[in-house]
Write a protein that binds this ligand. Structure first.
Ligand code: ADP
Length: 517
């Protein structure tokens, strides 16, 4: 048979079309790459990759903290010794994103030089799939666990009120000697247990309707203020015996007919669920609800409380069906874990989103927004508030600021800066003293609170302030950098945060924002 001449070009073509990323490496430089070899690195042409060192295409460290260069050199040396190492590797593409590959190296010699052929298989999809599978398995297990807990709770929640209803009805029917007072007491117990059962059955029906895609949304004229006021009256009546709990309503549009296009019944249901929870999980302090109009695009409702708060690690699951926090504080507070799941699904059906901020032992803030289709209402364009630029732009002669600061120099500095605004300033040298002054002096309009203080630090102080004077604006000052301040929990706890050294302009603006919200 005649020998077929095989021109080198054929190999080059094969090299290009092969479904694997290939590099030819000399020492540690990439001297050749096929199309896939540069495409998986998001490079547009060979030019972007040829001549680069293999370390340029890797992060400095591999997972586990090993330096990429020393680890990679070991593999290249093994390949040069005619081994064919196969190993997992984390690469970095041109945009700086990391991805995982499986590499196999083999040596070949050409015109007296030693070269290494690297085959790179992108296993990112495989890894992602593995991660998704692990996540799905975890979720399935959690969901099974939650269902078991839910059934246990549910049978308790159904049996208890049923027992009470049956028991007291029997007494009413069979005991002839009951006084009027006893009769009324037992009838009230039957009624309250009946309404508990009624609520539970409604929740279960709602869950089934949502699950079967049968929850009907009836959008129509929805008079927001009327709904909120009605809820206020209902819940106010419910907590009238709780002297240490205040219910506050915050209405943004001062017009009784203010209406949006939405489903009034479902809006009422979501707000009612959130207020009910806020009251349930708040022993003392306040529960505040209301709405704000944001950028004329959406209306944002909120329900805030000064209650037990939610553990940070539980916050992600808070809207998951059947999920209930095992927080020691919540022990004894009964529930099924259906309310927030239903609320989230209803808000989604209404075209909005729901979210929460919470700090353990400080309180929770639930927000949801709905698309703003206003009826007979033109939101006023927000006039841009002229921001004060220096101490000369403001006159706070009628205001009184309490500065809780243990460091004499820092206090003196603040006092001098603020003196130009004509504000009255008082110093507290530790947290305990700050609380004493706030309790005695009603003229304090704002507390400037240093976080790192002896006796009682800023966190301990804010907890107390939120209970004794929930409306007092508090600005925290901290030596932590502002990046951490704004990413941390501070933003939820305080009305403003300042990082030291204090910038005068920011100080003035933050205080002004509290005085004229
Ligand atoms: P439940 O019937 O248990 O109250 P929800 O779905 O309404 O069910 O709430 C789920 C869980 O979220 C509650 O068990 C509680 O742990 C937590 N939670 C909800 N609202 C609050 C709140 N305002 N403060 C603290 N924890 C809350």
């Amino acid at each position: 048979m005649k020998n077929i001449e095989c021109p080198e070009k054929i190999f080059e073509n094969i090299f290009e079309i092969i479904n694997e990323a290939l590099w030819v490496i000399k020492n540690d430089r990439i001297v050749y790459s096929n199309k896939l070899g540069y495409e998986i690195f998001k490079c547009e042409s060979k030019k972007d990759i040829i001549g680069k060192s293999v370390w340029d295409m890797s992060p400095e460290f591999q997972p586990g903290g090993i330096v990429s260069k020393s680890q990679g050199l070991r593999y290249l040396v093994r390949a040069a010794n005619n081994e064919t190492p196969v190993f997992g590797w984390t690469h970095k593409n041109l945009k700086g994103d990391l991805f995982e590959t499986e590499i196999s190296l083999s040596r070949f010699d050409y015109e007296g030089g030693i070269f290494v052929l690297a085959m790179l298989a992108n296993i990112e999809d495989k890894r992602n799939l593995e991660k998704q599978l692990v996540e799905a398995k975890k979720q399935a297990e959690t969901s099974a666990e939650l269902k078991t807990k839910f059934l246990a709770n549910m049978s308790h929640d159904i049996r208890n009120p049923l027992n009470a209803i049956l028991g007291f009805s029997k007494i009413l029917a069979e005991e002839a000697e009951l006084s009027d007072l006893e009769r009324r007491k037992y009838a009230a117990l039957i009624e309250s247990n009946g309404s508990k059962l009624h609520n539970l059955i409604n929740d279960i029906i709602d869950v089934s309707l949502i699950e079967a895609n049968q929850m009907h949304i009836d959008n129509k004229r929805c008079e927001v203020n009327g709904i909120l006021e009605e809820l206020y009256l209902t819940f106010q009546k419910r907590i009238e015996n709780r002297d240490n709990l205040r219910l506050k309503l915050n209405i943004a549009v001062d017009d009784p007919g203010f209406a949006i296009y939405s489903d009034p019944m479902r809006l009422r249901q979501v707000l009612s669920n959130l207020i009910e929870n806020a009251i349930k999980y708040t022993k003392q302090g306040f529960v505040e609800f209301g709405y704000q109009i944001l950028d004329n695009k959406s209306i944002q409702f909120f329900v805030k409380d000064s209650g037990i708060g939610i553990e940070p690690e539980y916050l992600n699951n808070i809207f998951m069906r059947f999920s209930r926090e095992s927080n020691a504080n919540a022990n004894g507070i009964k529930g099924t874990g259906l309310g927030l799941d239903i609320s989230k699904r209803l808000v989604t059906l209404l075209g909005g989103k729901i979210w929460v901020f919470s700090t353990l032992n400080i309180g929770s803030e639930f927000y949801f927004n709905l698309p703003a289709v206003f009826l007979d209402y033109k939101p006023k364009k927000k006039e841009e508030k002229e921001k004060p630029k220096s101490t000369r732009d403001v006159n706070w002669s009628d205001k009184h600021i309490l500065i809780a600061e243990d460091d004499v120099i820092n206090f003196e500095l603040l006092r001098i800066i603020l003196s130009k605004t004509k504000v009255k300033v008082t110093q507290a040298i530790n947290g305990r003293e700050a609380l004493d002054i706030i309790a005695k002096d009603d003229s304090i309009d704002l507390l400037l609170l240093d976080i790192q203080m002896p006796v009682m630090n800023g966190y301990e102080v804010i907890k107390e302030v939120r209970i004794v004077k929930p409306d007092l604006p508090v600005i925290a000052q901290t030596a932590v950098s502002l990046d951490n301040v704004e990413n941390g929990n501070y933003a939820n706890l305080f009305d403003g945060c300042l990082s030291k050294p204090i910038d005068v302009k920011t100080l003035i603006q933050k205080i002004e924002d509290c005085f004229i919200p």
